[in-house]
Design a protein around this ligand. Structure first.
Ligand code: UDP
Length: 327
């Protein structure tokens, strides 16, 4: 049985990856410090004989006993609100955490896949974004803590590949959504659905002309799985190229929820990218992958998930208390 370590296992993407690798017959070791992740995302895996969970912060030395075939590093705050609240943690998990895991991968002879992001392109000046684009990132702006951690993460991963011959994979993840997103993590999709369900106005930041391209989680996981098993060590964009403006997105959510909510406008956060759309030529040619789930299908599943949550969840500020974490 192949053994895989997944960091960020209790998070949104991490937990879906755990599910996938369990389904494929792997032995899965999940690791999470539970700052932004939640055990409820993986509690269904706890009784399984081929799953174990370690409560650990990978920014500190990581120990795993036994063999490892693969390491997937998905531990990181990933919503702009989170990484503003815990900027130092965000920098550490992308830099120190990645370094620790690369060291572990070397010792174990494991292949390492890192979760990078479309944020490495910053507020992009070319459109759609290809992997060759170097990006337009403000290192000292509010998003710098995330963007630069992820850029460093790519650099050190590539250095381990080049200088130590480590097998490495780099996925650049574009906006991804689905069940298990946190209702109050500040991201646009749970924000809009939460507002609609609470009967509040939908908050559009800026004039709503900025664009995003939303990928359903099952498509994202399929792309990551294929990349891991491929032999391609350079970055690959995984995302759904179907691009819309945030205003159109608000209209879709209002139609989906049938709530007739109004929209209100709030200032655009600093360095908020104006447009984002993946060029997925590499994913298609190298991995034979493309997004299959339409926004209409994916949003319906996600909406049903949020509706099924206990009502009080809708009104929780957040289940996370970040006090004491900025260190
Ligand atoms: N946004 C918005 N209203 C909200 C939350 C977000 O208009 O309540 C906008 C945000 O300014 C950005 C886009 O939606 O332009 C996507 O934001 P998100 O935080 O989901 O992720 P990003 O793609 O910016 O990392």
């Amino acid at each position: 049985m192949k053994r895989v370590l997944i960091t960020g296992a209790a998070g949104f993407l991490g937990s879906h990856l755990c599910d996938r690798f369990i389904k494929e017959g792997y032995y899965v070791i999940g690791m999470d410090n539970l700052i932004t992740g939640h055990l409820s995302n993986i509690e269904h895996l706890m009784p399984l004989a081929n799953f174990e969970f370690h409560h650990h912060d990978v920014s500190n030395f990581v120990h795993v006993s036994g063999e490892l075939d693969y390491i997937l590093h998905f531990a990181s705050p990933a919503s702009p609100i989170d990484y503003l609240k815990i900027p130092i943690q965000t920098l550490k998990v992308g830099s120190l955490g990645t370094h620790n895991l690369l060291g572990l991968a070397r010792v174990k002879g494991a292949r390492m896949l890192i979760a990078s992001t479309s944020e490495v392109y910053g507020d992009p000046l070319i459109h759609p974004q290809t992997e060759e684009y170097y990006g337009n990132v403000n290192p000292v702006g509010p998003r710098g803590v995330y963007d630069e951690a992820k850029r460093f993460q790519e650099a050190i991963t590539m250095a381990y590949h080049t200088y130590h011959g480590l097998e490495t994979r780099i996925v650049r993840i574009f906006n991804t959504y689905g069940p298990r997103m946190r209702l109050n993590d500040g991201r646009v999709l749970p924000a809009f659905i939460g507002q609609a369900l609470r009967g509040e106005d939908l908050t559009i930041f800026g004039d709503g002309s900025q664009t995003r391209s939303f990928c359903y989680v099952d498509d994202q996981v399929e792309g990551i799985f294929r990349l891991l098993l491929s032999d391609y060590p350079y970055p690959v964009n995984i995302g759904n190229p179907d691009e819309i403006t945030i205003s159109q997105f608000a209209e879709e959510i209002i139609a989906l929820t049938g709530t007739n909510q109004k929209v209100v406008y709030k200032p655009l956060p600093k360095d908020d990218p104006m447009q984002r759309q993946p060029n997925t030529t590499k994913a298609r040619e190298i991995l034979g992958w493309e997004a299959k789930v339409s926004r209409a299908e994916g949003l319906k599943i996600t909406y049903d998930y949020f509706k099924s949550l206990p009502k009080e969840k809708l009104f929780e500020k957040d289940h996370k208390n970040f006090d004491g974490y900025i260190r």
